[in-house]
Design a protein around this ligand. Structure first.
Ligand SMILES: C[S@@+](CC[C@H](N)C(=O)[O-])C[C@H]1O[C@@H](n2cnc3c(N)ncnc32)[C@H](O)[C@@H]1O
Length: 257
């Protein structure tokens, strides 16, 4: 067995998500105490999936309002988690592909699809396993958890997975309202697991709860990348989640590159 000092001391995103998928999957997706494993109820699970349906309605309305119609053959959801969005997408598209790096999240998503009687969904662990192109390529509250350079690479790959004339909807964080002390805390927490475990205890959490990485992207750099792909028209919405500022960028991929 290979010993990795980095994996022991610092953050390893894939194993963090595997931890959440195995130990606290709904909290891993929407980090509110009501979605902690011990606090879940039928009512809360219902709210959890209703929030997904509301988001998918919003995506559909946004596309309709700003880009006209959307073909509904297929949809790709990158970072699909437990299927909160895949399930309502499956009601709108002939079939949906969910991509998630954590096998434990995918297992929960498969159980949820069975529970909701949804059969037109398949799952893969990486965009590299996706062979076709899609009418809608979507990602929500995922890229913020991926290191920026990797996130930009994933976004480039996602654009390639949209068919010519297809639509992309990408959500990512662009800043946060945090002082120097908080930023230093985040740095140490991210790079030294013992400090993270100690702070978990201070916050009343299980000591070994995984670290949920959070990164911020430059919107300017993202737009410049779209320009490089001859994409000049996009619709941008912003959100503020308790001092974390994020955007959702919707655009149509040109018919001919
Ligand atoms: C906060 S959850 C969001 C789930 C879903 N998008 C939703 O809104 O319900 C983030 C998900 O992204 C997945 N993820 C993180 N990094 C990933 C990567 N590099 N490739 C694919 N999935 C990833 C995690 O395993 C997790 O299930």
């Amino acid at each position: 067995m290979r010993f990795s000092l980095w994996a022991w001391l610092g953050d390893d995103s894939k194993s963090s998500w595997e931890w959440f998928g195995s130990n606290d999957p709904y909290y891993g997706v929407l980090s509110g105490d009501e979605y902690r494993k011990g606090n879940l109820s039928d009512e809360r699970i219902k709210n959890f999936f209703s929030s997904g349906a509301a988001h998918v309605d919003h995506v559909a309305r946004t596309v309709e309002a700003h880009f006209g119609g959307l073909r509904t053959k297929n949809c790709l959801d990158f970072g699909c988690g437990v299927g909160r969005l895949v399930i309502p997408f499956a009601g709108r598209f002939e079939y949906v592909t969910g991509v998630d790096v954590a096998p434990s999240m995918v297992r929960e998503a498969q159980l949820n699809c069975e529970k909701f009687g949804v059969r037109n969904v398949d799952f893969v662990s990486s965009l590299r396993d996706v062979r076709e192109q899609f009418d809608l390529v979507h990602s929500y509250i995922v890229l913020q958890h991926i290191p920026v350079s990797q996130g930009f690479t994933e976004m480039d790959a996602m654009v390639e997975k949209a068919r010519p004339g297809g639509i992309c909807f990408f959500h990512f964080t662009i800043g946060r309202n945090a002082g120097v002390v908080r930023k230093m805390g985040t740095f140490f927490r991210k790079n030294f697991k013992p400090i993270h475990y100690f702070l978990n205890l201070v916050e009343g959490k299980q000591a070994n709860e995984a670290y949920m990485q959070s990164t911020e992207y430059s919107l300017n750099k993202f737009i410049a990348r779209l320009f490089g792909k001859r994409i000049r028209e996009f619709w941008i919405e912003s959100e503020n989640h308790g001092g974390r500022y994020s955007v959702s960028v919707t655009f149509r991929v040109p018919e001919i590159y």
